[in-house]
Ligand binder design. Structure first.
Ligand SMILES: *Cc1c(COP(=O)(O)O)cnc(C)c1O
Length: 371
């Protein structure tokens, strides 16, 4: 492999340029470049249909819908969440002046462990914010039962779960609100972008006010909203991208199947299994290195891959709970989070995207196996 041309962990799904030009011409002709224009409305409709959800609001990234969800549901006090995620999950809680409470994760999925949620509930708890890590669905029924029992709201950070279905139904229908990220690194992107899925017309209306400064008309502001409106150029790019995303997911699936077949029996290397009844999106391919059996530590393998031009990523290391902002929280101690701590120390996400060639995949497998 050419070291000047490393194999990256991800590659953006870029629609063919020539197909994008007519969209741009239409925007230029209309002179309507942002604020709920034609393509914005079209993309919301198309995503509802593609994903199998009823109400969706587009955002400029995947972090602001998390922040806005907490605002829209008037969440305060404490929110139970997972440390095994991208920092934006916990940041969204912090930005609302809410205290995050970390709960450990399931060793077989990396998702929040429902068995540990109840012990973390206090009189100040108002919501749970789980993450469908790597696109694997959380145990949504059990989380819902706990939320009902204690009168809590549930906001899913579904940034990894674009298109994921469980028993034929979109996982985005779980909870009070789910959010998506359409960042360039994700399975489906609008360069930067995101979305919020809710389950009533009234809630969507409130969300749409909140993402436009709280404006509910020319002269009326109903809440201290933010500006997170997706513009027409990115909405058009997203509409075009939807035409190509199925092929991209199919290509990812082939890579995942080959990795799985080749790496399943490697000693000291653990994989997460696909979950029965789930339509996966193959957004990530994590492997977990048990150093004593594998004969190399996670970091040794990580850097050796790098020497061979293979850029994995240690998602999610370090844990969010170890960052300076959060590590003084009582729930942030490693004693409280033994499973998440172990996963964070063992994980490498292998290159996973639609443009990986069979030769590249074989090279990656060869380097891992020949330690
Ligand atoms: C990518 C990501 C986000 C943030 O999305 P942005 O679009 O980058 O703001 C939030 N949560 C998780 C789990 C993510 O992976």
């Amino acid at each position: 492999m050419d070291p000047k041309n490393p194999i990256t962990v991800t590659s953006p799904l870029l629609p063919p340029l020539e197909e994008f030009v007519p969209y741009l011409e239409q925007i230029w002709q209309s002179k309507w470049i942002t604020n709920n224009g034609h393509f914005h409305q079209e993309l919301e409709k198309a995503l509802c249909e593609y994903l199998g959800v009823e109400y969706i609001s587009l955002f400029t990234n995947g972090t602001l819908p998390l922040i806005t969800a907490l605002q829209a549901l008037r969440i305060q006090g404490e929110v139970i969440t997972t440390p095994y995620s991208f920092v934006a999950t916990t940041h969204s809680i912090w930005w609302n002046g809410i205290r995050p409470v970390f709960v450990d994760v399931d060793p077989n999925t990396g998702n929040i462990d429902p068995d540990r949620i109840e012990a973390a509930i206090t009189p100040r708890t108002t919501a749970i914010m789980p993450v469908h890590v790597y696109g694997t669905p959380c145990e949504v029924d059990r989380i819902e039962a706990i939320a009902r029992k204690y009168g809590l709201k549930v906001i899913y950070d579904a940034a990894h779960a674009f298109g994921v279905k469980q028993n034929g139904r979109s996982i985005l229908n779980a909870g009070d609100i789910s959010t998506l990220s359409f960042h360039a690194t994700k399975t489906y992107n609008t360069v930067e972008g995101g979305a919020l899925i809710c389950h009533s017309k009234e809630m969507k209306q409130r969300i749409d006010y909140l993402k436009n400064f709280g404006f509910a008309g020319e002269t009326e502001v109903i809440a201290p909203g933010i500006n997170s409106k997706m513009d027409e150029i990115r909405a058009a790019y997203g509409l075009l991208g939807l035409k190509h995303v199925d092929a991209a997911i199919a290509a990812r699936k082939q890579v995942a199947e080959r990795y799985r077949e080749a790496l399943r029996e490697v000693k000291g290397l653990r994989l997460f299994e696909d979950v029965e009844g789930v339509t996966h999106n193959y957004s990530y391919f994590p492997i977990f290195i048990q150093a004593d059996e594998f004969g190399e530590t996670r970091d040794e393998l990580y850097f050796r891959l790098k020497e061979h031009g293979i850029l994995g990523r240690r998602y999610f290391y370090p844990l969010i709970s170890t960052f300076s902002t959060y590590r003084s929280l009582p729930s942030a101690s490693a004693d409280n989070l033994p499973v998440a701590t172990r996963l964070a120390n063992e994980v490498i996400c292998l290159p996973m995207h639609h443009e990986l060639t069979p030769e590249e995949v074989e090279h990656i497998i060869h380097v891992i196996k020949n330690r």
